[in-house]
Design a protein around this ligand. Structure first.
Ligand code: FES
Length: 136
């Protein structure tokens, strides 16, 4: 009922968009310092469960190392939220996988920083799509 960290971000270190199996999206922006996530914001065109999951995911990701962020699973999000309706557990999968995708994207950009200006177009034109196996 009180979602946190909604919206875009000025000068993020990383931005990703992921499409879930239901067709809804989540975008995530991260600021990272010394491999620690210092800020995280998100938007989604998905359901209220996804808003809750994005809110919890961004709260949990802040002040975590990139490695620690990878351990924020759908199961952990559901536990922290005190449960989700059975037919909305995939919404936690979307939030968890969006965070994982952002960590991968940040790591790749760190290796090849010259690609960053080209990434925004790529994200807009070809968002990452979650497949059924990843969503579980
Ligand atoms: S994200 Fe599509 S139903 Fe929740």
């Amino acid at each position: 009922m009180d979602p946190r960290n909604i919206g875009g971000m000025e000068k993020p270190d990383c931005h990703v968009e992921v499409l879930g199996t239901c067709g809804d999206n989540m975008e995530l922006w991260l600021k990272v310092n010394n491999d620690t996530i210092t800020d995280a914001t998100f938007t989604t065109n998905g359901c209220s469960a996804t808003i809750a999951c994005g809110s919890m995911m961004t709260e949990m990701a802040k002040n975590k190392t990139l490695g620690e962020a990878l351990t924020i699973s759908a199961k952990r999000l559901i536990e922290e939220l005190g449960g989700l309706p059975e037919d909305h557990t995939h919404c936690a999968g979307l939030a968890s996988l969006t965070l994982k995708r952002a960590v991968i994207e940040y790591t790749n950009l760190k290796k090849e920083p010259w690609k960053k200006p080209y990434k925004e177009n790529e994200i807009r034109n070809n968002p990452f799509r979650v497949n059924e196996l990843e969503a579980e």
